[in-house]
Write a protein that binds this ligand. Structure first.
Ligand code: AMP
Ligand code: MG
Length: 351
């Protein structure tokens, strides 16, 4: 299958650009498209064959459910039942935007989309390309991140092409995405609202509406704990990982830099291809090493925006060992560290 890449300009969207993509979706085919978080691989959420195609294209385990993307809150009661008042408040406050809610699903949502669960994940994206695609196609779009399963999520159309070329008919290229990390997932189906995946919307922001919201224990640990089962199936898998072995170092920044330098030097001396994941503040401190700054420690949104792209760059350079710094877990830093720890397979060294 030939994968066509169709450029779209966020600021000047034209309905004509969406005609073919919308038709593909109505025909049960797949289209990759940008959202404000990462690129999604979309298919008709109510068509089980389209969902199966998504799993096949990504190589994704079929028990890992998909998020259903909508363009209007009217869709909420169509897809979900027993919707608590807090869900409407969350929608009013955070939609359109990078927040996903888990609710009890209605019959209309096929098991193929929810991985057999009786709940459904729903999000209204704010990206104009995503919103236009949902509206023009007239379908609810099931869309996981448009990467091959296990790889870092795509933040540019080139990343989607790298992973899925020949496996899907179309990619809408809207340029790099603004946020760069997946949505915050909140489960409203239990007694206490739970954050199943940290994202750009922080726990502090959610508390304005859900004062008792908590993290699912599986998402905050600093060590891999196999006795705690993540409630979001997707958080159970090895994920976001570069091909090389990534280890991250935590502690006083100057000590971290010295330790990373020493460990990287040792691997380099053994003849390995080595890279360092650093920050704007530290990138010039390393000597004789291949260093990439992932962003500015004072502006953690910049780290979020470049994390996945940087991990993919390490793959492109063939890095066998990657040594990385940790970042403060405040605000969006919680999501940054969640992804980084998973990418490192929980290889975290305290310095
Ligand atoms: P992705 O779209 O690739 O970011 O993956 C979607 C994430 O949402 C995965 O981590 C899923 O496990 C999670 N998810 C989707 N639907 C549900 C659900 N009904 N219950 C719990 N987690 C879900
Ligand atoms: Mg994903």
């Amino acid at each position: 299958m030939e994968t066509r890449v169709i450029p779209v300009v966020r600021e000047h969207l034209q309905k004509e650009d969406f005609v073919e993509a919308a038709q593909l979706l109505r025909d049960g085919e797949l289209v990759a498209f940008p959202t404000e978080t990462v690129y999604g691989l979309g298919g008709d959420a109510l068509d089980p064959d389209a969902s199966r195609r998504i799993y096949a294209a990504k190589g994704r385990p079929s028990d890992n459910p998909l998020i259903v993307h909508i363009a209007d809150t009217d869709a909420l009661p169509v897809l979900a039942k027993e919707i608590p008042a807090s869900a409407w408040e969350l929608a009013k406050r955070f939609w359109p935007g990078p927040m996903t809610m888990i609710l009890k699903k209605r019959e209309i949502v096929p098991d193929a989309t929810t991985g057999g669960l009786d709940t459904v994940a729903i999000r209204m994206p704010s990206d104009p390309v995503a919103a236009m695609l949902i509206r023009e196609s007239g379908v609810y779009i099931a869309a996981p991140s448009a990467n091959a399963s296990g790889r870092p999520s795509p933040t540019r159309a080139e990343h989607v092409y790298e992973d899925l070329n020949g496996r899907i008919p179309m990619i809408l290229d809207g340029g790099p995405v603004p946020i760069g990390l997946e949505s915050t997932i909140v489960d409203l189906t239990g007694g206490v609202p739970m954050i199943l995946r940290p994202g750009y919307i922080t726990i502090e922001q959610l508390r304005e509406i859900l004062p008792d919201v908590m993290y699912d224990p599986a998402v905050v640990g600093r060590v891999r704990n196999d006795s705690i089962v993540a409630k979001a199936p997707g958080m159970r898998y090895r994920h976001y990982a570069p091909k090389g072995e990534l280890t991250i170092y935590e502690g006083d920044l100057a000590a971290v830099v010295a330790r990373v330098q020493a460990e990287a030097d040792a691997k380099l001396a053994q003849g390995y291809t080595v890279a360092v994941l650093a920050s704007e503040e530290t990138k010039d401190c390393y000597k004789g090493l291949t260093v990439r700054s992932v962003g500015d420690r004072e502006e953690e949104a910049t780290v979020a925006a470049h994390l996945f792209d940087t991990l993919r760059e390490f793959d492109r350079m063939g890095a066998e060992y990657i040594f990385g710094e940790c970042f403060p877990e405040e605000g969006v830093g919680q999501a940054v560290m969640n992804r980084l720890m998973k990418a490192a397979g929980y290889r975290i060294v305290q310095v």
